[in-house]
Ligand binder design. Structure first.
Ligand code: B12
Length: 227
């Protein structure tokens, strides 16, 4: 989708640009948000900060949806803005951080859940930090995770999910992995990702760890794999 390339005034400093991007995403102003992303990239800003601000904007969209100020169309629009922003940011991630190959890390959004924006960012960041990623996509049943684990022997399994109902899918998936008779698969560390998580959810599901942002997730994978 094209943008109008609205000029960004010179007097805006980096804090102004950050606040403006968060506000534009939260208010679903697609063109303005994408122009701000482009302006910040032109200033050679770390793409990670730009992702964080888009994420904060999306969080505010979620709050407005809960308050019934936005409808489902608002969530869809926000997701589309984020996807377009990520299209601009992805090449910078690859240029900035890429190195060798470690892993693999098996990743997917759990059964019943189709949210994948955050999972895709996490996958991108893992790749940028040199991990091979096997991404099973969205709405992935527990058996599919196990079958793929048996085939590719991942170093870590990452389960993404944003719905409260996903906690049961996460738990079911982990139970299936843990009960696998193949001793190379059953102890594989499983980590969770998604912005609604907590220590309680982690304990409920039996996961080895959890993260609400991609960078924490990457550090966790590095620690678990000794990379
Ligand atoms: C965009 C969006 C959508 C889009 C998703 C588009 C897509 N392709 O993903 C669409 C429109 C499809 C959608 C649908 C629905 N949604 Co929705 N959606 C959102 C919204 C606004 C943003 C989510 C998002 O992308 N955030 C930005 C990303 C970058 O953040 P993130 O996912 O947390 O990812 C980061 C980290 O968690 C981490 N990470 C991500 N994955 C992983 C994995 C691992 C292993 C690790 C370590 C780290 C990691 O890295 C990422 C980058 O830092 C949220 C609001 C919110 N507060 O989250 C609601 C929200 C999640 N949706 C919600 C709801 C209710 C729904 C629907 C049920 C609405 C409906 N009536 O149909 C459906 C459910 C569909 C389904 N079966 O899944 C609720 C969930 C409430 C709940 N507690 O269950 C929320 C919280 C909105 C709200 N406040 O009410 N949604």
């Amino acid at each position: 989708m094209g943008t109008a390339n609205i000029p960004i005034p010179d007097h805006l400093d980096s804090n102004d640009l950050r606040r403006a991007l968060i506000r534009c995403v939260a208010e679903l102003q697609e063109q303005e948000a994408l122009d701000l992303v482009r302006a910040r990239l032109e200033q050679n800003e770390d793409p990670l900060f730009i992702v964080e601000d888009c994420q904060e904007g999306l969080r505010q969209v979620g709050e407005r949806y809960e308050r019934r100020e936005y409808y489902l169309s608002g969530l869809i629009m926000a997701g589309e803005i984020f996807r377009e922003a990520m299209e601009m940011l992805s090449p910078r991630f690859e240029m900035k951080y890429s190195s060798g190959k470690a892993g693999p890390v098996l990743l997917g959004t759990v059964a019943g859940d189709i949210h994948d924006i955050g999972k895709n960012i996490f996958a991108l960041m893992l790749t940028a930090y040199g991990f091979e990623v096997i991404d099973l996509g969205v709405d992935v049943p527990p058996q599919r995770f196990l079958d793929q684990a048996l085939e590719s022997h991942p170093r870590v399994i990452g389960l993404a999910g944003l719905l409260t109902s996903s906690y049961d899918s996460m738990r079911d998936t982990i139970q299936l992995i843990r009960s696998c008779p193949d001793a190379r698969i059953s102890p594989t560390p499983v980590i969770l990702g998604g912005n609604q998580l907590s220590d309680q959810v982690c304990a409920y599901t039996g996961a080895n760890g959890w993260a609400v942002d991609a960078m924490t997730g990457v550090r966790m994978v590095q620690r678990l794999t000794g990379s």
